[in-house]
Design a protein around this ligand. Structure first.
Ligand code: UDP
Ligand code: MG
Length: 319
């Protein structure tokens, strides 16, 4: 039984060696055949050098996929999946916010419960600000209302998946990937395991508020067309209101003559309709943009170099 551990790394120079040390510690009593797949996602610090040192000195099977630039965590995960050979594939961050020992707990769960194909860790205590937590709650409520899939709010990307789930995920050809949605979309039975998120060992989170906001929009656009329906409903409602207004104006003119036109009312109505129109065009634009990206069919990432010590890594140069 082979376990693949996929670790996306972006500017994690100070963390990768620490992570590797902890992971080896967690695995050493379990006699598992393990391959580590580190994806260096265009780091600008010493991440690659540190990974090379690990590769040189490790008795484990260490694979390093070095991207030509930063393509983002989604691309890094896909590269890891594409290259993995394990019967089980674990996804874990390099910053030690997720303790590698949980992977063993996840494995135990999948070994005992044949009915489950995936174990997803969720944070039992959330260590984030109230406003961010509230906004995330709103997002999950919104996306779950709009899509056919059910995305569990606290479930993270920290997961262990069986090979059949990985194969299903790899088979999806889309380029605009929203992993949380994809995990839910492919189905399979998921066991939700609580875990405590740690403080980052070193460095800072790569997710600014703006990045999270864009990611949230991407998620909704990737999994739901409901915003388009809402745009059409806006259109219908405005059309009905305008017919009603026209009717009222005609009747008023016929009965009381032509009173002074209400310029402020007219101006605000104009602004309102223009605003709604722009909003709807924006929504439409989002879908068009995604379509544009998909139709260009560019690879999600470009690999500059692969460093591996066994032939287990699939022959993969570019996706
Ligand atoms: N990451 C990546 N590419 C990116 C951003 C992040 O590979 O463009 C990696 C990062 O190195 C880490 C994981 O994704 O291993 C999670 O990132 P981070 O810790 O910044 O996210 P957070 O834990 O704050 O959600
Ligand atoms: Mg983190």
């Amino acid at each position: 039984m082979l376990l693949s551990i996929v670790i996306p790394c972006y500017n994690e120079g100070e963390n990768v060696a620490l992570f590797y040390g902890e992971a080896v510690n967690a695995l050493k009593d379990h006699l598992l055949e393990t391959e580590f797949i580190f994806i260096n996602d265009g780091s600008r610090d010493q991440t690659l050098d540190e990974l090379k040192k690990i590769h040189k000195n490790s008795p484990y099977n260490i694979n390093i996929i070095n991207f030509s630039r930063n393509f983002g965590k989604e691309a890094a995960l896909l590269a890891g999946f594409n290259s993995s050979c394990g019967d089980y594939v674990a996804i874990i961050d390099a910053d030690l916010q997720q303790k590698p020992s949980y992977i063993i707990d996840m494995l135990e769960i999948l070994k005992v419960h044949n009915e489950y194909d995936c174990v997803a860790a969720y944070q039992d205590i959330r260590k984030e600000g109230k406003i961010l937590s509230f906004l995330k709650n709103c997002f999950y409520r919104l996306i779950n209302k709009m899509t056919e899939v059910d995305i569990v709010r606290s479930a993270s990307d920290f997961r262990l998946l069986r090979r059949n789930v990985i194969n299903a995920i790899i088979a999806l050809p889309e380029k605009c990937r929203f992993s949380k949605g994809i995990f839910a979309w492919v189905g399979f039975e998921t066991y939700y395991m609580p875990y405590t998120v740690e403080e980052r060992a070193n460095g800072t989170s790569k997710w600014s508020f703006w990045k999270l906001f864009v990611y949230a929009i991407d998620g909704i656009v990737a999994f739901s067309t409901v915003p388009l329906v809402i745009a059409s409903i806006f259109g219908i409602i405005l059309f009905l209101i305008s017919i009603l207004l026209l009717f009222v104006i005609v009747i008023k003119t016929l009965i009381w003559g032509d009173p002074v036109a209400g310029f402020p009312t007219l101006a605000s109505l104009l602004l309102l309709t223009a605003g709604i129109q722009l909003l709807c065009i924006g929504v439409l634009g989002q879908y068009l943009a995604k379509n544009y990206t998909e139709s260009k069919n560019r690879p999600m990432y470009i690999v500059k170099e692969i460093i591996c010590n066994k032939e287990t890594l699939k022959d993969e140069t570019e996706q």
